[in-house]
Write a protein that binds this ligand. Structure first.
Ligand code: FAD
Length: 482
């Protein structure tokens, strides 16, 4: 029997564990925090072309358009054609999506499968129940290092258990790192551990400059909630304090513009001294359709006829460990699935509701590939940058990393700001295995890639290079110097 460990109990980790268990394999899930990742709080839903006026081809076209020239076309074809299959699989397992399909920004069809406005919670509760029924062992502990010999992962280290060796396969499902910006929709677990730890051990990372900012986050009191894209699909409007729908100045689709455009529009409106709100008044049957948002508003003494103050924040990290659609990294026997991975599906910008989809497909399909000859990711003719990790010097607190990233590696970037961030991170000790060091390392790679990419594309916007440059239609990869 193979010894297989999955790190992370988000939607990617759980679907992998369930699928592995169902195919007769033993598996243990190790997670920093039960219910810790983004999956549990994800809102809108899962994109899949299942209606008669839709097709995987149309879903692929939308994904490619939003991805702005950097999608891996084969990955897009794979995930969009597997999408209806995974919806059917979940339904056959007993999960009930609501019967209507919703529309989100960037999609040309209604194809968002959802459970009211708490899809992530509903899916996670369902998958956790399934995992326990199947006897999947889930333990709380934290991955701190990998043991790699001759290009093959042999074991790993956790905070509580120390070295676990003789591992046949290790599946990283540790999520992204969008918590590392001062304003964010992400939970504190998401600080890039998996990416940093595997990078130090020799894994190639890619697309780190592409950080997606969500345009509509509400912070009321001490509580932050993402106001899902589907609200806008159902008729919510974004207005300034005068009730002006200023977003049409930036994009013909107004509130339904791609996220990056809308995030910049709202950020610029805020920076120019205006206040920005979401007006939910036009949504019919609001309480039934959006019970989660409704409860949130009530908790803070508001209703859907009030305007809700909103701001953008870091939401999803497109970059990560370079993998093929099977999840294979360049380190043999080391898989990465879900947000920790970069398959190229999202290109320079992620189409809404494509990430739960990617995580589910990678998780559920994993048993198909385990034990097959190892392909590893295809590295196209992008720019490969080798970096040396500084193993001495100070450490930056996670709070400070969040401040630096928001200020210099945020929604509107400039060469000067990015240079400052790179210089700061270059002073830090990023070679040790600690949360702070992991946070500084992934931020360093993000700032460095953003500095190198002298153009604006997808989620990456440079005020000093505001246009797209055809010469930059290529990826930036990083690897650690030997
Ligand atoms: C508010 C919000 C709403 C969203 N809405 C949608 C949506 O509607 N549709 C959509 O497609 N996407 C949405 N997303 C994005 C989507 O939720 C994520 O991309 C997806 O859930 C990632 O799943 P994952 O399993 O890869 O990672 P996560 O769910 O983030 O899970 C990561 C897991 O890894 C664990 N972990 C991390 N580091 C370690 C370590 N060192 N050791 C052990 N364990 C570790 C964490 O505890 C956690 O359990 C949303 C995200 C947010 C934040």
């Amino acid at each position: 029997m193979w010894l297989i460990y999955v790190i992370g109990d988000g939607i990617a980790g759980l679907s992998a564990a369930i699928a592995l268990r169902r195919s007769g394999r033993g598996v243990t899930v190790i997670t920093k925090e039960l219910h810790g990742g983004s999956s549990f709080i994800s809102k809108g839903g899962v994109a899949a072309a299942t209606s008669i006026d839709d097709s995987p081809q149309l879903h692929a076209e939308d994904t490619l358009r939003v991805g702005d020239g950097l999608c891996d076309v084969d990955a897009v074809r794979y995930f969009t054609s597997e999408a209806p299959v995974v919806i059917e699989k979940l339904t056959n397992m007993g999960f009930e999506f609501d019967s209507d399909l919703r529309l989100e920004g960037g999609h040309s069809r209604r194809r968002i499968h959802h459970k009211a406005d708490e899809t992530g919670r509903a899916l996670m509760e369902f998958l956790l129940r399934k995992a326990f029924e199947l006897g999947v062992n889930i333990v709380e502990d934290e991955l701190t290092a990998l043991q790699v010999r001759d290009g093959v992962v042999k074991g790993f280290v956790t905070r509580e258990r120390g070295l676990i060796s003789n591992v046949d396969y290790l599946v990283l499902a540790t999520g992204g790192y969008a918590y590392l910006w001062r304003y964010t929709s992400n939970p504190p677990t998401n600080t890039g551990d998996g990416i940093a730890i595997a990078f130090r051990a020799g894994a190639v990372v890619s697309d780190m400059e592409f950080v997606q900012f969500h345009p509509t986050i509400a912070t009321l009191g001490n509580e932050t909630m993402l106001l899902t894209e589907t609200l806008r699909g159902e008729g919510a409007r974004v207005v300034n304090e005068f009730g002006v729908r200023f977003t049409f100045k930036y994009h013909e689709r107004g509130e339904l513009a791609p996220r990056d455009v809308l995030s910049r529009a709202i950020y610029m409106e805020l920076m120019s001294g205006h206040r920005v709100y979401m007006d939910l008044g036009g949504i019919e049957d609001f309480e039934r359709k959006f019970p989660g948002v409704n409860d949130f508003l009530r908790r803070h003494g508001l209703g859907n006829k009030d305007w809700v103050p909103i701001h953008p924040g870091a939401h999803f990290t497109i970059g990560g460990l370079r993998v093929n659609v099977r999840g294979e990294t360049n380190i043999r026997s080391l898989y990465a699935i879900g947000e920790v991975a970069d398959t190229g599906l999202h290109g320079a910008n992620r189409l809404a509701s494509n990430s739960l989809l990617e995580a589910l497909i990678m998780g559920f399909n994993l048993p198909r590939y385990i034990g097959e000859p190892w392909d590893g990711p295809r590295l196209d003719d992008g720019l490969m940058v080798t970096v040396k990790l500084r193993d001495h010097g100070p450490m930056m607190s996670i709070g400070e990393v969040r401040r630096v990233n928001w200020e210099y590696v945020g929604i509107l970037r400039s060469g000067d700001g990015l240079r400052k961030a790179v210089d700061l991170y270059e002073q830090m000790n990023v070679a040790v295995n600690s949360r702070e060091s992991n946070a500084a390392l992934v931020s360093y790679l993000t700032a460095y890639a953003a500095l190198l990419r002298t153009e604006s594309r997808g989620a990456h916007y440079r005020v000093d290079y505001p246009s797209k440059d055809a010469n930059w239609r290529r990826r930036i990869y990083f690897k650690v110097s030997a």
